[in-house]
Design a protein around this ligand. Structure first.
Ligand SMILES: [Zn+2]
Length: 498
């Protein structure tokens, strides 16, 4: 029987947004469980849809799960030192108390930046390694958007990342991690490990694994399998201003030669496809006009991805550029979700269903030039409290988005929530009684995750630009820490300074 310590700490950091992820952010229940520890960790994550859930389900009978602490903060501005030290301090403290353990499993994201540490996951791994010593296997699972560093590869013994974007394989990723822990418990730590970073950044809009070339990249396999523990690709998260930002492959193997050979082979496979990574991004008005044109005669909605306000990439969820454009173009029958505005939700809830309210909606967090929609809205529906998500990404998890309302302005319906969430799951629409499959144009604050559940019911999909905290073009970011020479987009000239 093996004692396996289990912990998690996840954040996807956009270095270029002014907000900070503080401790309260991790402690709050939104579309994922709040910070949990000990037995509560097992209760919250068993049977759930996170990597830890899959890990727990795949553990060998008889092995003991030793729960530490688990916290997931989604995406946003850098994590405060206070939050980082409190959560990692608790992780390390409980791990120290639980020694000896036979292995450690960490459910990480891979793109966390805090005020002090650019490469926050490497810092977590350094501290974990310092506690457990040189002999105990440490296995990590990562998000597909991880920015993998050499330290992360060096300090871990096996590494898996989600193989899908939209991320519909989180539990499966945890199950693969559990399988690797079992192998390492039998054979010990592997001698070989290799990291190969691609010489270009990949905007998240170009990373979807439902389309080429990412689909082929995920299906790649090494020509020699025998000695390979894992050959892991992560597409990276460009808004993290770190030295090792960008797509990379990480290999753990029984010998260094095998690790290097597989990593080189995988790297070349991706480099050969560099210029194939591309998605058309429409200017605001052109995109809305095109959506309305496509919607004529269509029986299913035309989807607009409001990619720049994707909360999963640091968006505030309350920009109004596309909403203003829909009204400008008379897009009656359009629906927008999910716009995060607690004050508007509270005012509309107080007024009640059927009432009309004249309020400012959205645009409370910038960026400069984004204006609230000041209008008279009809309140069509109100909801509050926890409800189950139903989609492929985190279906089965319970969300609580605070007060929710459905507002109508000039024939355009807006689903308003009080806690920021990416529009990847239809459940909040269902809860507000929105028949989204019957609308003409559906604007979703998401870059790619919406595709898992919304695209199958859509007539067409357009990614449309409209100012928000996430800029899909890394060429616009004032990077300070990026390694010199990296191409800021596939096929582009490299960055001049690091
Ligand atoms: Zn991700």
């Amino acid at each position: 029987m093996a004692r396996i310590a289990i912990g998690g700490f996840q954040h996807e950091t956009n270095s270029f947004t002014p907000h900070r992820a503080d401790f309260q952010h991790f402690a709050q229940h939104r579309d994922r469980p709040p910070l949990v520890r000990g037995e509560a960790l097992l209760q919250a994550l068993r049977g759930n849809t996170f990597a830890t859930s899959g890990f727990l389900a795949a553990m060998r009978p008889g092995d003991e799960a030793v729960p530490l602490v688990w916290a997931s903060g989604g995406a946003g501005g850098p994590v405060t030192d206070d939050a980082f030290e409190r959560i990692v301090g608790e992780l390390i403290g409980s791990l120290s108390r639980e020694l000896p353990v036979d292995a450690v499993y960490l459910d990480l994201h891979g793109a966390m930046v805090n005020d002090t540490h650019d490469d926050a996951e490497a810092e977590i791994l350094r501290r974990v390694r310092a506690v457990v010593g040189a002999m105990v296997p440490v296995v990590v699972s990562l998000d597909y958007h991880a920015n993998i560093s050499p330290e992360m590869v060096k300090l871990s013994d096996a590494m898996v990342a989600y193989r899908t974007y939209p991320h519909i394989d989180r539990p499966e990723t945890g199950r693969r991690a559990a399988g690797l822990v079992n192998v390492l418990l039998q054979r010990g730590r592997p001698a070989g490990r290799a990291l190969r970073s691609l010489p270009f950044l990949l905007p998240v809009d170009f990373q979807c694994t439902l389309v080429e070339p990412s689909r082929s990249v995920m299906n790649w396999e090494p020509s020699a399998h025998a000695g390979i523990l894992n050959a892991t690709y992560a597409a990276g998260f460009p808004p993290s201003d770190t030295h090792w930002c960008g797509p990379a492959v990480a290999v753990h193997a029984w010998t260094q030669e095998e690790a290097d050979a597989a990593a080189d082979e995988y790297l070349q496979f991706i480099r050969d496809r560099e210029t194939a990574f591309h998605t058309r991004l429409w200017p605001t008005d052109e995109g809305v006009r095109e959506a309305l044109r496509l919607a004529q005669g269509a029986t299913r909605p035309v989807l607009i991805a409001d990619t720049q306000d994707n909360p999963g990439a640091g968006g505030s969820g309350d920009t109004t550029g596309l909403l203003h454009a829909l009204l400008r173009h008379g897009a009656r029958g359009a629906v927008v979700g999910f716009l995060c505005d607690p004050a508007a939700a509270a005012a509309a809830t107080a007024a009640g269903v059927g009432a009309h309210v004249e309020i400012d909606l959205g645009a409370r967090h910038g960026p400069a030039g984004v204006q609230p929609l000041h209008a008279r809205f009809q309140v069509l529906a109100c909801a509050r409290g926890a409800f189950p998500l139903t989609g492929h990404v985190t279906g089965g998890a319970v969300a609580d988005l605070g007060l929710m309302v459905l507002l109508r302005c000039e024939g355009v319906d807006i689903a308003v929530v009080s806690r920021n969430v990416q529009a990847y799951d239809p459940a909040p629409f269902d809860r507000l009684g929105v028949d989204w499959k019957a609308c003409r144009v559906l604007v979703l604050k998401s870059s790619c995750h919406f595709r898992a559940d919304f695209e199958p019911a859509a007539h067409a999909v357009l990614s449309v630009l409209s100012p928000g905290a996430y800029d899909p073009d890394p060429g616009h970011y004032p990077y300070r820490r990026l390694r010199p020479g990296v191409r800021l987009s596939p096929g582009r000239p490299g960055a001049e300074a690091g």
